[in-house]
Design a protein around this ligand. Structure first.
Ligand SMILES: [Fe+2]
Length: 324
């Protein structure tokens, strides 16, 4: 089992129950975040983080119909998750990724507001259970007007600003519906942020790489010079030659970013990479290969974390599902 199995269960079974036939499964007081909290509650119970009665912080936030009505939806969900459980995984770190997957699904299905309520409820619940809570208060990117695809909408940061993203979208001459446009950048950004958090890589380099590395492609197929072209452009950007955009990187950060961008279009054995930041940039990109029908292979990846089957499965799921 990987966390996408539970996210799939949320989307395909639980949400479906409430939405099919014009919302026949909904009850008085139904709110769009209820199914997500129910799914996580069942996952926590199935993975024995706590007993049913100890998981009151979940159940007390859900209305009675979802707890004991709805055609036994709660009991069925628990059974479904239990049937797919792998006893060898550590529950709490595993459930952190389940929560991220479900959060992204909620955000795409219902919007940022409902996703924020879900995050808030989960933070309250974890606090009540004495589990670690991470809270984020940043705003998500707005979709650039030139992009008409439904994609991941990562949070903004010092590097990933609305202006910079809009700028990269304008620079890119190919179709954002293709394999190397905005949707791909957002997934590389998403992968890169996870990898940076897990490995300690420099997230500023990783974020700049995600947005810039494919901006200067001239075709979707064989274009080995797109790395050097993007690196030349990045050099101008870092030198302050692009009006309105300024990035305050150290000389060493600049050097590593430019190498990562310049060389990413060359065939390269990951064992020859000597720098974690460059390895993480390339792993973030390669973890998105499933969008073109290729499964990322551990021998093509640099970090041990990226090689984990769960990480590859999860990134591949996003590559296929989160596109249009
Ligand atoms: Fe790429």
């Amino acid at each position: 089992m990987d966390h996408t199995t539970i996210a799939d269960c949320y989307k395909n079974h639980i949400c479906d129950y409430f939405h099919r036939m014009g919302g026949a499964g909904r009850y008085v007081g139904y709110e769009d975040w209820h199914p997500a909290v129910l799914t996580l509650g069942c996952a926590y119970q199935a993975m024995k983080v706590r007993t049913f009665s100890e998981l009151q912080p979940f159940w007390s936030r859900l209305p009675l119909p979802i707890m004991s009505g709805c055609d036994d939806l709660r009991q069925k969900t628990l059974k479904l998750i239990r049937a797919n459980i792998d006893d060898t995984v550590l529950a709490v770190p595993f459930l952190k990724w389940v929560e991220i997957e479900i959060f992204e699904t909620v955000k795409r299905s219902y919007g940022h507001e409902v996703a924020t309520i879900f995050t808030k409820k989960m933070a309250e619940i974890k606090n009540d259970l004495g589990l670690p809570v991470t809270t984020k208060t940043v705003q998500p990117l707005l979709m650039p007007s030139s992009v008409k695809v439904d994609v991941l909408r990562p949070d903004v940061s010092d590097i990933v600003t609305q202006d910079f993203v809009e700028h990269c979208c304008e620079v890119y001459k190919l179709d954002h519906f293709g394999d190397h446009g905005y949707a791909h950048w957002m997934r590389v950004l998403y992968n890169g942020r996870i990898l940076a958090a897990e490995t300690g890589a420099n997230v500023r380099i990783v974020e700049l790489f995600a947005l810039l590395h494919d901006t200067h492609r001239e075709n979707e197929f064989d274009d080995p010079e797109h790395g050097p072209r993007a690196a030349a452009y990045a050099q101008r950007l870092l030198d302050g030659e692009i009006s309105g955009l300024q990035f305050d990187l150290t000389p060493n950060e600049k050097k590593q970013l430019l190498i990562a961008i310049h060389d990413h279009s060359k065939p390269m054995n990951p064992r020859k990479i000597r720098q974690l930041n460059i390895g993480v940039c390339w792993d973030a990109d390669r973890l998105d290969l499933q969008r073109v029908g290729m499964r990322p292979q551990p021998h093509d990846l640099y970090t041990r974390y990226a090689c984990e089957s769960d990480v590859i499965r999860s990134a591949s799921f996003r590559a296929q599902q989160i596109r249009l």
